[in-house]
Write a protein that binds this ligand. Structure first.
Ligand code: BTN
Length: 322
């Protein structure tokens, strides 16, 4: 959305009532331009009331995301420089990859729907409109390639914390890349990198969160949505705006921790949220599948799991199932 619309939105949110004339003067534009900007905001889903002799009043923020709103979410960010929003994309990962050379600082891509959303192992990630949050966050760390395993641990904590803090729901981390609520998957993320000579320049982290219930989610025994979990507690979903604001804040905080402290600094908190320890799991690595109980995680981020013969396995990357 245009800069002018952003400025008008800012004025509206600062005042209980503000007249078209005042906004026109503040922004050195005509009253017609103000009126047009207000119409644009309404089209974006904002509720703006106009009251005779008082002026305009912003009643409700849009529950739909748009570039103006997203840009205002990172205005105080020390990390993210830019947000790109598209109503429809193939995949936010694709857009992020296309922009990594042009945009020199960390940035975020969000979409209303994805037509070619993908998950880990190139699985399809169904992404219809008005049902999920589809986002790619790009970080520019300059770290060694082997650090990426640790990055995932910090990232999973950021997402789990954002869900808990916003919705007051118990979010559990299922190593390596899922977030669960009450035994079902509510979020998955994937981490891709661009590296040279063993050094990572860009981490492109794609996050998909089921915010609203869809037929597909209901049909899946293993998946849930924030809406569904809130309803179980007799509560209503869901403030997408507060959630995304919180998520961006948590991503920023955990990324800072990741860059400056070892995993041991968050290990206790991470273990407390993890849902896989002490249970027998089916662990599928690249070329073998076996049953074992995860017992610990090393400072480098390797999972340690003990099989029924007492043998300990050190796992770097795997798909694990209950
Ligand atoms: C998984 O559980 O397999 C990870 C799913 C990641 C999905 C997100 S949605 C936003 C971003 N764009 C994509 O195409 N995929 C990720």
């Amino acid at each position: 959305m245009s800069k002018l619309n952003q400025q008008v939105l800012k004025l509206l949110s600062k005042h209980e009532f503000i007249s078209g004339q005042k906004m026109a003067e503040a922004l050195s534009i005509s009253r017609t331009a103000v009126w047009k900007a207000v119409q644009n905001l309404k089209e974006d889903g904002y509720t703006v009331k106009s009251v005779a002799s008082k002026g305009y009043k912003l009643i409700g923020a849009s529950n739909e995301l748009n570039e103006t709103l997203l840009t205002s979410m990172i205005k105080d960010s020390k990390l993210f420089s830019e947000v790109i929003y598209r109503d429809t994309v193939d995949s936010t990962q694709k857009i992020a990859f296309q922009k990594i050379t042009d945009i020199k600082k960390p940035f975020i891509v969000v979409a209303g729907e994805q037509t070619g959303g993908r998950g880990r192992f190139n699985r399809e990630w169904t992404s219809p409109e008005k049902s999920g949050l589809y986002m790619s966050a790009v970080f520019k760390p300059d770290i060694y390639l082997n650090e990426i395993i640790k990055f995932n641990l910090f990232l999973s904590l950021a997402i789990a914390n954002a869900i808990e803090e916003t919705f007051d729901l118990d979010a559990g981390i299922k190593w390596p890349n899922d977030i669960y609520i009450d035994g079902k998957k509510v979020c998955g993320f994937l981490t891709e990198v661009v590296s040279e000579n063993n050094v990572i320049q860009n981490i492109i982290c794609g996050i998909g969160i089921n915010l609203y219930e869809t037929e597909e989610i209901t049909a899946l025994e293993t998946a849930t949505s924030i809406e569904n979990e809130m309803k179980k507690n007799g509560r209503m979903n869901s403030d997408t705006e507060s959630f995304l604001t919180r998520l961006i804040h948590e991503l920023e905080q955990q990324y800072h921790q990741f860059m400056n402290t070892p995993f041991s600094s968050i290990k206790e908190e991470w273990m407390a949220k993890s849902i896989i320890f002490g249970k027998e799991m089916r662990i599928s690595e690249m070329n073998r599948t076996f049953l074992a109980k995860p017992v610990d995680i090393t400072d480098e981020g390797f999972l340690l799991a003990v099989d029924r013969y007492g043998e300990t396995h050190k796992i770097i990357s795997a798909d694990i199932e209950f």
